[in-house]
Design a binder for this molecule. Structure first.
Ligand SMILES: [Zn+2]
Length: 573
């Protein structure tokens, strides 16, 4: 009796993500800014082409001899260890054949898989792809997470909804360039100034052609799911696989119609969807990569091979973040309506907390605190409450909060509740670290985030010296990437890190979200943060690939942001 409702509840988060695709995939915009004066603007998602406001010039197929070219496979949610396990297992033959024999750790005959590459913080989809495809960290590029609050415009953003359930920003991300509009720095495509095609990735501003999926691809699947025809793991796999397959179909169609671009970006959302919703998620992910991702990669490589272009095409595999297994139950979820969540704690301490919703009614606009979530991390934005003490009074969000009466009041409330479980028993022991800082005046850059040690805020450096945390990879530098810069204020006044380390038992891990899942991400833990960055060339030399990757790196921490200079270096070669 209870099987189907439970099943559907567990799928609800996936459906939330897919539903807007059904509604909005008909509008895909592609703008050619550069590349041999060709100007192409098309809608491919319906399978046809529609001229938009600009004149359309149909471009001839680019001759395969032109190069070098680059393909970037964007594997959403693929952890470095999981991808490497799949490659080494012998069950991902297409990727393995491209790389050739492994001679040394990560050094292959024809490719190089850089070890220790980190995501930016949070290890969450939208922030991570934004950093990857601009080469700049969140505090500089302006996109700090899956959700955030822009206090200047009093606008809550949720391109990937975590605490809210509205999907308008998800649609806006695919069909209205929501992420591109928020990015304050040039994208890779704008820096490259060559023909670039993007399939499904949310960072596509400045690309020549952006394609997304046809509505019919999803109608059948979701229809089947709702009708209860699909069940268990098979249906989940079918959903994830279909999204990825659709991405490939769009790529092949675009190549067929327009020829090969210099840069082809292909996004696979399925790995992440499947991992979140699979019991034994990390193991399931390896199987999914072997079973599905490898085939999709092989299809694209085959298409290039048939056109005689593969030997002159560098292939990159990169991910946004990995996953850490969690308990798929409400006892470990700390979403907006859960007792013991940051929402509940701040409310109990007298803060009027903004309702978790994209839009508010007039009577709900008197909020004094806003919470946005990244899974294992949550951002808290505070108003100067002296401007809005009475209920129904709207706060003046153009002013920074007061340090002692707003910021530290909230910090101490969160800390005390976490220590004692008073007044909410479920709030005890959910939080790992609380970061905060003295608020910046308007038009001023905020200072770096510090850690609250129970008495005062201390520098992350100082804190880690006294309390070593090798599980939190490069925490100090990555928190600077998040908080130090012209848009560092978008990460809020307080950052809360849930207890989520992969080094503690799974039953001690918590997450700030509306959906329960078998795995989450967003933390600085290696399990979430260690991502693959693989460069290969069919028949090329792995040693040369290693050289190229290492030379393109910014230096310092090796991160996913090195993708942008890497592609620029490859195509400029
Ligand atoms: Zn992701």
């Amino acid at each position: 009796m209870s099987y189907r409702p439970v099943l559907l509840r567990n799928y609800s988060h996936i459906l939330y993500r897919l539903r807007p695709l059904l509604l909005t995939a008909a509008i895909a915009l592609a703008v050619c800014l550069v590349d041999a004066c060709a100007f192409v603007a098309k809608t491919l998602s319906t399978g046809g082409e529609q001229p938009v406001a600009h004149p359309v010039v149909t471009t001839a197929k680019a001759p395969p001899a032109v190069g070098p070219r680059v393909i970037v496979f964007c594997l959403d949610g693929a952890g470095y260890p999981q991808l490497m396990e799949a490659i080494r297992s012998g069950k991902a033959p297409h990727i393995a054949a491209l790389l050739g024999k492994e001679k040394d750790q990560g050094l292959f005959e024809h490719g190089y898989s850089a070890p220790g590459v980190l995501s930016v913080l949070p290890s969450s989809t939208v922030a991570d792809w934004s950093a990857t495809f601009t080469g700049k960290p969140p505090a500089q590029n302006g996109v700090p997470g899956d959700e955030w609050f822009d206090r200047q415009h009093q606008r809550f953003y949720a391109p990937v909804p975590i605490t809210v359930t509205d999907t308008a920003d998800f649609s806006g991300m695919l069909n209205d360039g929501l992420v591109g509009k928020q990015l304050k720095v040039p994208t890779l495509y704008e820096q490259l100034k060559r023909r670039s095609y993007v399939s499904m990735l949310m960072v596509y501003r400045g690309s020549t052609l952006f394609t997304t999926v046809a509505p019919t691809t999803f109608a059948g699947i979701v229809g089947g799911l709702v009708a209860g025809k699909l069940s268990g793991e098979t249906s989940l796999e079918a959903i994830s696989k279909s999204v990825d397959t659709a991405s490939i179909d769009k790529v092949l169609q675009a190549i067929d119609e327009h020829g090969l671009p210099r840069l082809q970006v292909i996004y696979f959302p399925g790995i992440d969807l499947f991992t979140h919703a699979s019991p034994d998620p990390l193991h399931a992910q390896v199987g999914y990569i072997e079973e599905h991702t490898d085939k999709s990669v092989g299809q694209v490589l085959d298409a290039y091979r048939k056109l005689g272009a593969l030997s002159n095409t560098y292939v990159i595999l990169v991910a946004d973040h990995g996953h850490t297994p969690t308990m798929n139950d409400e006892a470990h979820r700390r979403g907006p309506d859960d007792p013991g969540s940051p929402f509940a704690i701040l409310k109990a301490s007298g803060f009027r907390v903004r309702k978790a919703s994209l839009t508010l009614s007039k009577s709900e606009e008197d909020f004094q605190a806003v919470i946005a979530s990244q899974g294992f991390m949550a951002y808290v934005y505070l108003a100067d409450r002296s401007t809005c003490q009475a209920a129904r009074q709207t706060c003046d969000w153009s002013r920074p909060p007061r340090f002692h009466d707003d910021v530290m009041r909230a910090v101490r409330a969160l800390y005390a509740e976490n220590q004692s479980g008073v007044p909410i028993p479920q709030g005890k022991g959910n939080i790992d670290l609380i970061f905060a800082r003295r608020p910046a005046e308007q038009d001023e850059e905020a200072e770096s985030f510090k850690v609250f040690n129970g008495r005062e805020l201390v520098s992350i450096h100082h804190y880690l010296k006294k309390n070593p945390r090798p599980d939190l990879a490069d925490l100090e530098e990555r928190m600077k990437w998040l908080g130090d810069g012209p848009y560092g204020g978008r990460a809020g006044d307080i950052v809360i890190l849930a207890k989520a380390s992969s080094s503690i038992p799974i039953q001690d891990r918590y997450y700030f979200a509306t959906a329960t899942h078998y795995s989450w991400h967003g933390s600085p833990d290696m399990s979430d943060s260690n991502v693959p960055l693989i460069l290969a060339l069919d028949g090329g030399s792995g040693v040369v690939m290693q050289d190229i990757v290492e030379n393109a790196s910014h230096g310092g921490t090796f991160s996913q942001m090195d993708l942008t200079p890497l592609v620029l270096a490859l195509i400029g070669r």
